[in-house]
Design a protein. Structure first.
Length: 345
């Protein structure tokens, strides 16, 4: 099922390709900058495997903010231990008061951290049971908090296969914390459209985006696939809307950046993958077997290795930042269309 773009004029992404020569980089010595938040003054906040975030000021200076800094992240020494275990701050969102909501993919809990680094756990169980792999967090205009759980499988790499759909979505609001939808193929990032009428869900091992209609009480109905049922090489990770209504998406393991137009067409904006590594991943994934971690390690490009997220920022919301799992800096480039302002903007 697709949305029809009506009366918006020509899509500014048609014919657009990211110019590699125009890409700049922000930050240095970052650890697993999976998710990035942008503020109006130019400040960036990047998730960091030391147990918190890195604040990157408009002048480029940066500060690691954690309650207890951890040093388990060492891609050169032990990539598996670094990417699969220990604290792994993943999705980020701003609470209404400016604190940082952190979905911790390593500790399997939703945390909240002040800008000084004081951290406490918001949620780590549901119905008396562990949450599973807490992936992403999103706050809406009503101050409700949406949380994705990718899988109950640990380590998460064992869930990188066809046929597993144990992911779900939770909602934290005035009535408590509850499951509002389940049966997703590795639930990853979620986004609301401009009117907050539909919630869009990146289903990583489903290679697709699904969407559900948001009811006034937060329940989700009318689930359907948005755009193609198969988005091509790689598996979908991060998503973000632009102001025109295009849904940008990163295809991790192929390191592709694509956009799904309002009428459901896929536009390829950047391909930075390793063709041999991507081909090996696709073959193993298509077999139905769990893709080995060694195969995954052969994937990834040079700009944002294991490209994981896309964020709009800058004073006009027309600068795009790419997050990654194996990079140590953040690529940035100009977009021909501004991003859809997030609730904190």
């Amino acid at each position: 099922m697709t949305l029809i773009c009506d009366g918006r004029g020509p899509n500014p992404l048609r014919g657009f390709q990211v110019d590699r020569a125009a890409i700049t980089f922000v930050g240095e010595d970052l650890q697993r900058p999976e998710c990035i938040l942008a503020e109006q003054d130019g400040t960036l906040w990047s998730a960091d495997a030391r147990g918190g975030v890195v604040r990157i000021a408009p002048d480029g200076s940066q500060q690691v903010i954690t309650q207890h800094s951890e040093d388990h992240f060492d891609l050169a020494g032990d990539a598996a231990r670094s990417l699969l275990y220990g604290t792994l701050p993943n999705g980020l969102a701003f609470a209404r008061n400016g604190d940082l909501l952190i979905s911790n993919f390593g500790t399997d809990r939703l945390e909240i951290m002040t800008r000084a680094g004081e951290t406490r756990v918001l949620v780590d169980t549901i119905g008396g049971k562990p949450l599973g792999k807490v992936n992403f967090v999103l706050r809406d205009s009503r101050d409700r908090i949406w949380v994705t759980i990718s899988t109950m499988v640990n380590p998460w790499s064992d869930a990188t296969r066809l046929g597993l759909a144990d992911g779900y979505i939770c909602l934290l609001d005035d009535t408590g914390f509850r499951v509002v939808a389940d049966g997703f193929a590795f639930t990853n990032e979620i986004r609301l459209d401009a009117r907050e009428e539909w919630l869009y869900v990146a289903e990583t091992t489903g290679k697709r985006v699904s969407r559900l209609r948001v009811q006034p009480d937060g329940s989700l109905t009318d689930r359907e696939v948005f755009g193609p049922a198969d988005l091509g090489t790689g598996v979908i990770d991060g998503i973000a809307f632009d102001a025109y209504g295009n849904l940008w998406a990163t295809m991790i393991m192929a390191d592709r950046l694509i956009a799904i137009t309002p009428d459901g067409e896929v536009l390829e904006l950047l391909d930075d993958g390793n063709p041999e590594g991507t081909a090996a991943f696709e073959t193993e994934f298509a077999s139905g077997a769990t893709v080995s971690f060694d195969t995954m390690l052969k994937c990834g490009g040079s700009l944002a290795p294991w490209m994981a997220s896309v964020t709009f920022g800058g004073p006009d919301l027309s600068t795009v930042y790419l997050g990654s799992l194996r990079g140590n800096r953040i690529p940035a480039f100009r977009s021909p269309v501004a991003g859809l302002p997030m609730v904190h903007w």
